[in-house]
Design a protein around this ligand. Structure first.
Ligand code: ADP
Ligand code: MG
Length: 680
């Protein structure tokens, strides 16, 4: 059932869009008054002075105090924008867009003029852009081309407490850049008090605290552990709505599927409530949401009604919603972790840290005293939650990052100035993956292929497939497939019309699997002139397809820039599948009569995800795009392959079992005692 509810995706959202939420007229202060009322405003001169006098500063302030939207403007107003761009990084795409929109509004310009943003596959800046918001990943990419970051006068590494891989790498890159750029200013901002560590890392630079205006928040713990936190969260919302005074509710959930299904369930429950009970406005917030809906969360709640926002941990610190008085915290977040033993990346729902729990709590005390309902016991807060989350760099797949660092000429990773170095096994694993993809030489230096791969903003596996498609004359199709893999699921399945949706989906299915199915969908959409009508009729997500088209255009322009030809294989599906194997040979699985499938490297039992077009079909060998761990280990985006392609694409990785006397190549740097065997 959980799986099914994952497939519902955004049905709720679409129905809400049609039924049209009506909001009262916003009754807020004019923008410049709002700006002046933020806590950071009182420190304007002090902060400007500190930036003038120091190359590095750390700024700590409560979420909502105005760091992200104001400090860039202050610096631009006093002339830093004339010397270069005032750049500000965000760990999250949505936050970059949302704050840029807000600041453009405050400055009084269109997005892309004085204020702009850049995220992967989307650049909304121009020559006149002075204040630029971007994801940390984008700045990291810029540093590859221009290590001195010469276009910038100031760089603010915002939300540094999130400790994303890209922000951590930027710490080191900026520290290096400033040696040659005495005029470059670096600001590190954080919402938590763990600032001493940042300051120490940046040559003991000064730390500025923005005094917060916060009110006390009562914490109410669950007396017993909750079996089903979604159900408990919904109960809690209803109780607050019926029993408590005015004030909006913020519920932290782990992802889009949960948020959508909670919104839908709550919507059904509220619909039948007595008319005497105030209106409850239900709003979702997560990264994949279209910005029209997202901006609704900032609109003031009309008198006599209450707003409940279901959000991912994006609402912990990156965006601030005013008027929240009640926080419901189930204590979980979806965390991307890389298992270096199995070499698999997993999105796992895990307990949050104490620091995160306190951050969530704080969201209730911004406009007045608040309440925070923790759906876990006080004991588990103290005993089961870590004080701070583990930085991503110590738990994620680093192959993409390391490819970039290598491309910048940074070879000695063990002595690279990381604030917290990644564990050795993660480094080795990433080097190994890059070596297997033939991006690195045996001595660890970048190959020609590796250096080309680093020019794509995609994961190394995908970059390799893109480059291989050029050799195999199928780049036209492969670019489409990779664009489709880069967007959230394009199929949707409304609860009340699941059968119809499934029937329509089957018509797109390709007998060889999901990659070709995706190609099919895109090509047919294109034949239908990319019409929204076509999507509605076939239960496809129009905006995801549009985004896929944008990604595709971006990839095409990278191809043009690198002078790579875009050629169609005219329906030769074998060559497309073979090309995919060049990137995904490490993700291969063989049928197993007992458990469904087993991965060839690692022999981990896996099954085909029910949403796959190969579900229920029996192919001996498949490759998959990713593994999804829920109740079982599911392969998602699966394609049937011929095993000889594995040998052809990666003779250094695979050997034939009955020729087992031939040893696989063992390199001094990458010990690989047993090459993975495949039987024919
Ligand atoms: P910080 O970075 O310190 O957390 P921000 O600069 O992001 O604070 O936000 C300051 C204030 O600006 C918030 O309290 C909120 O009221 C307002 N704000 C920020 N983004 C938006 C937006 N997109 N729409 C409306 N108001 C916003
Ligand atoms: Mg901020």
């Amino acid at each position: 059932d959980r799986l099914k509810s994952q497939l519902v995706l955004t049905a709720w959202e679409r129905s809400r869009m049609k039924e049209d939420l009506t909001f009262g007229k916003p009754t807020t202060l004019p923008l410049n008054e709002q700006r002046k009322s933020l806590p950071v405003y009182e420190m304007r001169e002090e902060l400007i002075q500190a930036v003038r006098e120091n190359q590095f500063i750390v700024i700590v302030g409560e979420t909502g105090s105005g760091k992200t939207t104001q400090i860039t403007q202050f610096l631009n107003e006093v002339g830093f924008g004339k010397r270069g761009i005032v750049g500000c990084t965000q760990p999250r795409r949505v936050a970059a867009i949302s704050v840029a929109q807000r600041v453009a509004e405050e400055v009084g310009c269109k997005i892309g003029n004085e204020v702009g943003y850049t995220i992967r596959f989307e650049d909304r800046t121009s020559a006149s852009t002075r204040i630029k918001y971007m994801t940390d990943g984008m700045l990291q990419r810029e540093a590859l081309l221009d290590p001195k970051l010469s276009r910038y006068s100031v760089i603010m590494l915002d939300e540094a407490h999130e400790r994303t891989v890209a922000t951590d790498v930027l710490f080191a890159l900026l520290k290096q850049a400033t040696i040659q750029r005495p005029d470059l200013k670096v600001i590190v901002t954080s919402a938590t008090l763990d600032s001493a560590k940042f300051s120490e890392y940046f040559h003991n630079c000064p730390v500025k605290h923005i005094p917060g205006k916060t009110y006390p928040v009562d914490v109410i713990y669950s007396l017993e552990p909750q079996m089903d936190y979604l159900e408990s969260a919904l109960d809690c919302v209803m109780q607050i709505h019926v029993n408590e005074d005015a004030g909006d509710i913020l519920v932290f959930l782990t992802g889009q599927e949960e948020i959508d299904s909670c919104c839908e369930i709550l919507y059904q429950r509220v619909k039948v409530l007595d008319k005497s009970i105030d209106e409850l406005i239900i709003l979702p917030v997560y990264s994949a949401l279209p910005s029209e809906i997202q901006s609704k969360i900032f609109e003031p709640t009309p008198e006599g009604s209450r707003k409940v926002v279901f959000a991912t941990n994006i609402a912990e610190t990156s965006i601030t919603i005013d008027g929240i008085r009640f926080v419901i915290d189930p204590g979980y977040a979806k965390i991307n972790t890389f298992n270096s033993r199995t070499g698999m990346e997993q999105l796992v729902v895990s307990p949050i840290s104490q620091a995160q729990a306190n951050q969530r709590k704080g969201r209730a005390g911004r406009t007045g005293p608040g309440k925070c309902y923790r759906l876990y016991t006080e004991l588990s807060f103290h005993n089961e939650m870590l004080p701070n989350a583990i930085p991503e760099i110590q738990r994620q797949n680093l192959s993409h990052t390391i490819l970039l660092l290598k491309a910048m000429g940074i070879n000695d990773l063990l002595n690279f100035d990381f604030m917290d170095p990644p564990p050795r096994n993660l480094l080795i694993r990433a080097l190994e993956e890059l070596f297997n993809l033939e991006a690195l030489e045996e001595d660890g230096y970048l190959t020609k292929l590796g250096s080309r791969m680093s020019q794509f903003p995609t994961e190394p596996t995908l970059s390799r497939v893109l480059l291989c498609s050029v050799t195999n004359n199928c780049s036209e199709e492969v670019i489409t497939i990779i664009s489709m893999l880069s967007v959230p699921s394009i199929f949707y399945r409304p609860r009340d019309r699941q059968q119809d949706a499934d029937n329509k989906k089957i018509r797109f299915h390709h007998p060889y699997g999901d990659h070709l199915t995706l190609l099919n969908v895109y090509q047919r959409w294109q034949l239908a002139n990319c019409a929204e009508q076509f999507c509605t009729a076939h239960y496809l997500q129009y905006r995801h397809l549009r985004r896929a088209r944008d990604v595709r255009n971006q990839l095409i322009s990278i191809f043009h820039k690198l002078q790579l030809p875009i050629v169609s294989c005219r329906g030769d599906y074998d060559i497309i599948r073979k090309t995919l194997v060049y990137g995904f040979f490490m993700n291969a699985a063989k049928r197993d009569s007992h458990v469904g499938y087993k991965t060839i490297s690692g022999e981990i039992p896996v099954v085909i995800h029910p949403s796959s077009s190969l579900y229920g079909r029996e192919h001996e060998y498949v490759i998959y795009h990713s593994l999804l761990l829920t109740t079982r280990e599911y392969m998602s985006q699966v394609t049937a392959i011929d095993p000889t392609w594995l040998l052809e694409a990666a003779p250094h990785f695979y050997k034939v079992a009955d020729e087992s006397k031939k040893r696989a190549k063992i390199t001094p740097m990458f010990q690989r005692p047993n090459a993975k065997r495949i039987r024919r």
